[in-house]
Design a protein around this ligand. Structure first.
Ligand SMILES: *Cc1c(COP(=O)(O)O)cnc(C)c1O
Length: 381
């Protein structure tokens, strides 16, 4: 490899040298729980698969390279990865979190981790002054998502990093929506990056997974210790699927972005659509920030249909888009945040962040964009 390999070269080769035993070009699925030892304390670097596994090592090396981090640590799901980050804290510690993050995140924070003495404050992370005001002496983390789900609100990652560091806290960025191909939080000052690999990184909707990318030796030691101690690690088979998915991440993201831009621009003037939330549109209030901190706009689009009835009409009539939770796969998905991903927030919680019953979220896949437009045209008619 050249001294500075490009993104796709890393995605295809980092951590994935041909198998020394057979020459296989793909990393094998090491389906083993344990490893034979020659004598006390003498092994080939592997002792037990909760601690380490060669297929998992390959994926962790690959993902660390793509986010340009110190190390990566994979978990059984995105939620398990987020839980690992929070498990580095102790009772009494405080977290400032975006008010419009993935619905499962506040559920974990409020209904599980708060019982162990962690405290959370939720803020509109579009406004740095609100973030700053939420900090307390015990604040250890600022946890953000950008763009957010499903309102597509952005936060300025450099400003967030400056605030967190001024207060001796770490900035954690859930980078699931953009993938490392379009957004590199560590380069903008973040301390940790998390992903649900279930989405764009794997890209084929055939396995769950999560990753935490660390930037220091201390974080790497902590996360390795938590993988071993809690055990919410990713199986070798899922590691293989994600390795396979990541090889095409760049070409997939380029097409997701091209189709996302095209469909957002087509939806914007449509008479049955009251509003389109997509950072690539010039009318998006944070379009300039999107251009500055992302190298593409992706394929997540939210539209306002006006009412629950209109939303349901659209969801019932689509033929190519599938009505389903999740996002980031090759197939186009359509979902209703109020009753699906954000049901747990309750009506008041949703109203507080501006999430309405008429909103519908699209994850634009890799089908021919003409077919996706035709599908939406007939369903919106
Ligand atoms: C899906 C998702 C998660 C949770 O990931 P799972 O793999 O479903 O546990 C976290 N954050 C974001 C932004 C997501 O889209």
């Amino acid at each position: 490899m050249s001294p500075q390999p490009g993104f796709s070269t890393l995605a295809i080769h980092a951590g994935q040298a041909p198998d020394p035993l057979t020459g296989a070009v793909n990393v094998p699925i090491y389906a083993t729980s344990t490893y034979v030892q020659e004598e006390i304390g003498k092994n080939k670097g592997y002792e037990y698969s909760r601690v380490s596994n060669p297929t998992r090592d390959a994926l962790e090396t690959s993902l660390a390279a793509l986010e340009a981090g110190r190390s990566a640590h994979v978990f059984a799901s995105g939620m398990a990865a987020i839980q690992a980050v929070l498990t580095r804290l102790s009772a009494g510690d405080h977290v400032v979190c975006g008010r419009n993050v993935y619905g499962g995140t506040p559920r974990l924070f409020n209904q599980v981790l708060s019982r162990f003495g962690l405290r959370f404050t939720y803020v509109d992370t579009r406004l740095p002054e609100l973030i700053e005001r939420a900090f307390e002496p015990a604040t250890r983390l600022l946890f953000v998502e950008t763009p957010t789900n499903p309102l597509m609100e952005l936060c300025d990652l450099q400003a967030c990093a400056a605030i967190a560091h001024r207060h001796g806290a770490e900035l954690v960025v859930d980078n699931t929506f953009m993938s490392p191909y379009f957004q590199r939080p560590l380069a903008l000052g973040a301390d940790l990056v998390v992903h649900s690999t279930t989405k764009f990184l794997n890209g084929h909707s055939d396995g769950l997974g999560g990753v935490v990318v660390a930037n220091t030796d201390q974080q790497a030691d902590d996360l390795r210790f938590l993988q071993k101690s809690i055990g919410a690690i990713l199986s070798p088979f899922e590691c293989f699927l994600i390795l396979r998915g990541v090889k095409t991440l760049a070409v997939r993201m380029r097409q997701h972005d091209a189709s996302g831009r095209r469909i957002a621009a087509w939806l914007a003037p449509h008479p049955a659509v009251r509003a389109v939330y997509y950072p690539g549109l010039v009318q998006h209030p944070q379009h300039a920030l999107a251009q500055r901190q992302m190298s593409g706009f992706g394929s997540m689009i939210t539209i306002e249909t006006g009412s629950l009835e209109r939303a349901n009409h659209l969801l019932r009539r689509v033929r190519v888009f599938c009505l389903a939770e999740s996002l980031g796969g090759v197939e186009s998905l359509i979902s209703h945040p109020a009753t699906m991903t954000h049901a747990a927030l309750g009506p008041d919680g949703r109203a507080a962040i501006g999430l309405t019953d008429g909103m519908v979220r699209l994850s634009v896949g890799l089908e021919d964009p003409e077919d996706l437009e035709a599908d939406l045209a007939q369903a919106l008619a």
